[in-house]
Ligand binder design. Structure first.
Ligand code: DQA
Length: 145
């Protein structure tokens, strides 16, 4: 079962970027953790990162044709700004799970609102890179009830 993992803007800088908030792991470290857990769950993850809203929308729209069964997305700052990503999530029929490394609900007020989460099946926020691993568990449960 193929799972698309989408990392949004600035997540390519993980490890260097505000480590007190986002931790010391690089995006590559996190992708390795995702692959290891996915293997145990018999999922096939494909990890992508983009700093560009339109690229993320194109990936969401193409996911069903590319035979993905579910999507895990960290929209990063687009979480709080992008009606276009929200609409793309709402437009597709695959289960989409939103993840955040930090707990967005205990940060600045502008981060406490997710435009994208209401279009998702669910969201996981605040467990560092383990948020992605929890999302993989959710994918497994949601696609194999
Ligand atoms: C983030 C939280 C967002 O508010 C922020 O813009 C990010 C990362 C997280 O994973 O905690 O870039 O999505």
């Amino acid at each position: 079962m193929k799972i698309l993992i989408i990392h949004g803007p600035n997540l390519n800088l993980l490890g260097l970027r505000e480590p007190d908030i986002y931790g010391n792991e690089s995006l590559n470290d996190i992708n390795l953790k995702i692959r290891a857990r996915a293997e145990q769950l018999k999922l096939e993850p494909v990890c992508r990162q983009s700093n560009h809203e339109g690229v993320i929308i194109d990936w969401l729209q193409a996911a069903a044709t590319e035979k993905f069964s579910a999507i895990v997305i960290n929209p990063a700052a687009f979480t709080h700004t992008s009606v276009a990503i929200r609409d793309a999530i709402a437009a597709i029929s695959l289960p989409v799970i939103e993840v955040h490394l930090s707990n967005i609900y205990k940060r600045e007020e502008f981060r406490q609102k997710s435009l994208t989460a209401p279009a998702c099946q669910g969201s996981i926020s605040g467990f560092g890179s383990n948020s992605y691993l929890l999302a993989l568990e959710a994918c497994k449960l949601q696609t194999n009830p």
